[in-house]
Design a protein around this ligand. Sequence first.
Ligand code: 5GP
Length: 201
Amino acid sequence: MSPAPSRLVVLAGPTAVGKGTVAAAVRESHPEVWISVSATTRAPRPGEVDGVHYHFVSDAEFDRMVAEDDLLEWAVVHKAARYGTPRRPVEEALAAGRPAMLEIDLQGARQVRRTMPEALFVFLAPPSWEELVRRLVGRGTETEEERERRLVTAREELAAEPEFDKTITNHEVRRAADELVELMVGSGRPAQGPALLSDDT
Ligand code: 5GP
């Protein structure tokens, strides 16, 4: 059997479901996985480091990236700021044979679905709606107005689950991270469905 090909996984899911935390757990326990660092026009939160959590850029710089087609996808998230995936590093990681992961919002996932349909699209689901609300409120980093806006977005995002190839329920961060990596680097079983890269060659 030929070795498994390098695979791009796109992780999306409703706001506050814990995508960022799961991505951080993957980064920590599976250094072989390359994780994209997005560009954003939002301001850093306390503790966030430029170039590590995001590339924090000005509106003008983001405009330039869009104009020069530097972004694989981009979106306005929560009607508040722009976020996008720098294209080159993704292409380089895949060319180098590294399993690669994007942690992006639903609009971005849909764009990547159009341009890279061979990627594996994974939906991170909350254990329940109540738990999602609890996590959203519990984070406490947003204003009341922003939280309301995020809840509206979260309801819409939950409804998108059937668009995805796989669902992972985020009962526990480390378990979700392990399940995700298993999908990328393989458990010996090929993934099912249209995202399969290996079988037609
Ligand atoms: P936060 O501001 O809480 O870090 O992220 C807000 C949302 O932006 C999250 O749902 C996250 O998945 C999404 N996001 C982060 N980076 C990107 C990106 O590069 N593209 C898109 N489309 N969404 C992103």
